[in-house]
Design a protein around this ligand. Structure first.
Ligand code: 48H
Length: 258
């Protein structure tokens, strides 16, 4: 068979355009492809929900690839081990209750599971703003990350979502843009972002799960951004809270969608 370069180009342009067009009205739009966002997208896709995940970088994975200080092993506490088991990611008990897993196996498997379950994953797209109607976030404003990086003056596009999952990690970017631009209090004690606190793994992990909830009408915060939004601690390279938080965010959305 002879290969025609223009056919290859047409195939990519046509298929990508279809994929993007097909994901402009979503049950859930997940912002950020770290562990929390990916688990959330995976779980929602398994429930048959229409879900897409938008990741700024070339690769999804966020802070998981590097384990702790580039030692690419992660620690997952006993409570979250069933998620690794369900993914099929091998883990080994180090001391009672502390399981370790290879960070690359974990992230690549999670990504694969999310995609194969039906979540659409769009890398190289940054969420730069939200759409608000009647005091509720109803969609996302997206642009190519290359436009953002290049500082180019190119207008964005918009998609609609019944729910937005803010899983942008430490920077909690979606909540930050809401705080900056929307004249309405956040659903936090002060009505503003409470801010991330320093290291306390035990408290941080428990709080991550508690803080996984609606932080603005239409927006569920998950993962590290849940603690940054509601003012709790960081936890270092223990990832159980991130996985469980993604799972909880998906459960909340699935229930609310009915
Ligand atoms: C599109 C965006 C945007 C945007 C950011 O940082 P992450 O891995 O987030 P989590 O919450 O799933 O996991 C946190 C964990 O990795 C971590 O940092 C821990 C446990 N730290 C503890 C500690 O003590 O330091 O992933 C977030 C993803 C990244 O890939 C970003 O590129 C992406 O979100 N992102 N994507 N549009 N505006 N902002």
């Amino acid at each position: 068979m002879s290969l025609d370069e223009v056919t290859i180009s047409r195939a990519i342009i046509a298929r990508y355009s279809n994929k993007l067009t097909d994901n402009l009205k979503l049950d859930a739009a997940v912002v950020g492809g770290g562990p929390a966002g990916l688990v959330c997208a995976w779980r929602l896709a398994l429930k048959g929900r229409k879900v897409a995940l938008f990741e700024r970088k070339l690769s999804v994975g966020g802070g998981m690839w590097g384990g702790g200080m580039m030692f690419n092993e992660i620690v997952v506490q006993a409570e979250a081990k069933p998620i690794l088991d369900e993914l099929g990611v091998p883990s080994v008990e180090f001391e009672p209750g502390y399981f370790t897993a290879d960070a690359v196996t974990c992230m690549s498997t999670l990504t694969s599971k999310a995609c194969l379950a039906g979540a659409a994953v769009f890398n190289l797209i940054s969420v730069e703003d939200v759409m608000v109607r009647e005091d509720r976030v109803t969609g996302l404003v997206i642009n190519w990350s290359a436009v953002e990086m290049g500082g180019l003056h190119v207008d964005p596009l918009v998609l609609a979502a019944s729910w937005v999952v803010e899983a942008t990690g430490h920077a909690t970017e979606v909540m930050a843009v809401i705080q900056r631009k929307v004249d309405q209090k956040l659903l936090t004690p002060s009505g503003r972002l409470e801010g991330e606190r320093s290291m306390w793994a035990e408290r941080a992990e428990t709080d991550t799960l508690k803080n996984t909830k609606e932080a603005f009408p239409g927006v569920i915060v998950a993962g590290m951004s849940a603690n940054a939004t509601f003012g709790s601690y960081r936890m270092g390279p223990v990832f159980g809270g991130m996985l469980l938080s993604g799972e909880k965010a998906a459960r909340i959305i699935d229930e609310r969608l009915g």
